[in-house]
Design a protein around this ligand. Structure first.
Ligand code: GAP
Length: 500
């Protein structure tokens, strides 16, 4: 059994994931998060908020998922967000063309020629009678209100809501550039062939940021602090992995500017802290064919997994593409007035109008979630007869578990009081009374719980409990009064190893 097959089994059995609509027979591309998975996913999102948004004083907004057609006409998604399809004449199966055919084509005739040249066979029935079948737009269509014709779509990216709200946030929050707005939310894509578990979903979560800046000043505070960070990078067209500082990558124009480089450095720190080893991910400078219609330079982050390399982050230099398109379509001028620095602050302000440019780091939550499972999964061994997850404490679904050794003699009451105190402090603490203590430790390990506290007979005498550590099984005694402090202190721990 391949690792991803085993992991999916484990994910379903231990409440990380639940196939959506399971009792009706599942629909491909939709997954729910179970109680354990939901805790982990929320913590990933919260870490993103803390590390990428709040730490730098940026803003977060929450925008609507349904967007009227004109918005998506302006953004280019109505026309460009489509995949070329091919159809098998024999079994009528339909497939995404770029999954079967490697090469470049622009027109159906060119694709047709390629299909014949490469002798491409239908993955269903092996027939070579396959042909181009047009373009399939990936957006889910709907209608607003009872009157037909008010066409709208479920957003294919959270970014558009940020562009639409930009001018109001700019006006209300200091009328200055740079301005960065982030959002965490669901996006929807009617993927033709959803697969690989939660890697290609039809409804998924993105953590996106739009960094609006004056195109005459593409610098960012904080770059000097990370410029020596070493990245692993592959440039499209060459399979060679290079290692270089982000500063050098900007100098060589591999990264379009220091702003994107800054976010790349933060992504490296974030991924390592969340349990993805440095040598298991790299950046990829995309070639023209794979660069989205709105971007003047894309650098993806890819993680090595048992499914193969997976793109989990897309960094794009979107320039003024979106704001200019929305200005033109809506008739609302989205240029902003920037005051000249060092003005005397009196009388008529001096300055100029600019259409801000945008760098966008766009991170998928579900794919990162899966990569964390893959890279923190540990086989049986080293004294453990069960598989477990070495999830960093900062995102572990449960930060700790509390168990009474036995239910009798007041131990359960005491343990319940300990878990209540932890929960009162906002700590995710699991509690369990049934099964042997060894079995309960195993269950805690199996969902990545870093610490277990056990109430036993000694607790009744001296108010101490045993703390048992997940990773090495080591145990020691601590006072009950110290338990909350220990968990909180350890909650800050991720795995941080910088500069490669
Ligand atoms: N706003 C830019 C944008 O949406 P993208 O590269 O299409 O760029 C960004 O998506 C990230 O969103 C991806 O790197 C991936 O993590 C996640 N993502 C995209 N499509 C997905 C899908 N069908 N299922 C799960 N995650 C997806």
């Amino acid at each position: 059994m391949k690792l991803h097959e085993r992991l999916m089994e484990i994910a379903l059995n231990r409440s990380f994931l639940i196939p959506s609509c399971e009792i009706y027979g599942t629909v491909g591309g939709f997954y729910d998060y179970g109680p354990v998975g939901c805790l982990l996913k929320r913590k990933i999102e919260e870490r993103f908020r803390q590390f990428f948004i709040k730490k730098d004083g940026f803003f977060e907004i929450e925008t609507c998922s349904v967007l009227p057609l004109p918005v998506l006409e302006a953004s280019g998604h109505a026309k460009n967000f489509a995949d070329p399809m091919i159809k098998c004449k024999k079994c009528e199966g339909e497939f995404k063309a770029d999954e079967l055919v490697k090469g470049v084509w622009e027109k159906p005739e060119e694709l047709s020629k390629l299909l014949k040249q490469e002798k491409i066979a239908c993955p269903n029935c092996q027939s070579t009678e396959i042909e181009p079948a047009g373009w399939f737009n990936l957006m889910f269509k709907t209608n607003v209100g009872p009157v037909e014709g008010n066409t709208a779509y479920f957003r294919p990216e959270t970014a558009q809501g940020i562009f639409l709200d930009f001018s109001r946030v700019f006006r209300n929050h200091g009328t200055k550039l740079p301005l960065c707005i982030g959002q965490v939310g669901h996006s929807f894509r009617n993927e033709i062939s959803p697969r690989k578990g939660i890697i290609r979903l039809r409804e998924f979560t993105q953590m996106e940021m739009e960094y609006f800046f004056d195109p005459e000043n593409d610098k960012i505070d904080g770059f000097a602090g990370v410029e020596h960070e070493q990245m692993r990078i592959m440039v499209a067209g060459s399979e060679r992995m290079q290692k270089m500082s982000i500063k050098e990558a900007v100098k060589k124009k591999i990264i379009p500017n220091e702003i994107m480089a800054y976010f790349i450095a933060k992504q490296m720190r974030f991924y390592i802290a969340l349990g993805i080893p440095y040598e298991k991910f790299y950046f990829k400078k995309m070639g023209k064919k794979d660069t989205p219609h709105y971007s003047r330079g894309n650098i993806d982050l890819e993680v090595e997994t048992s499914f193969g390399a997976i793109e989990t982050v897309g960094n794009a230099y979107r320039t003024d593409f979106d704001l200019s398109s929305h200005s033109a379509k809506s008739g609302v001028d989205l240029k902003v007035f920037i005051e000249k620095e060092n003005g005397n602050g009196e009388g008529k302000s001096e300055g100029r109008k600019v259409m801000p440019h945008v760098v966008e780091p766009s991170m998928g939550v579900d794919r990162l979630f899966w990569c964390i499972l893959e890279h923190t999964f540990r086989e049986k061994g080293n004294g453990k007869e069960w598989e477990w997850f070495d999830i960093p404490p900062i995102i572990a679904p449960y930060s700790c578990a509390v168990y009474p050794l036995m239910k009798k003699d007041g131990m359960a009451e005491k343990a319940r009081a300990v878990v209540a105190a932890l929960r009162e402090e906002g700590i995710d603490a699991a509690y369990g009374e049934s099964g042997s203590i060894g079995r309960r430790y195993a269950r805690a390990d199996e969902i990545g719980t870093p610490y277990c506290f056990t109430v036993d007979y000694d607790t009744l005498k001296d108010d101490t409990v045993t703390i048992r550590y997940r990773n090495d099984g080591g145990q020691e005694r601590v006072k009950i009064s110290e338990v909350c402090g220990i968990v909180k202190e350890n909650l800050k721990k991720g795995r941080v190893k910088l500069n490669g």
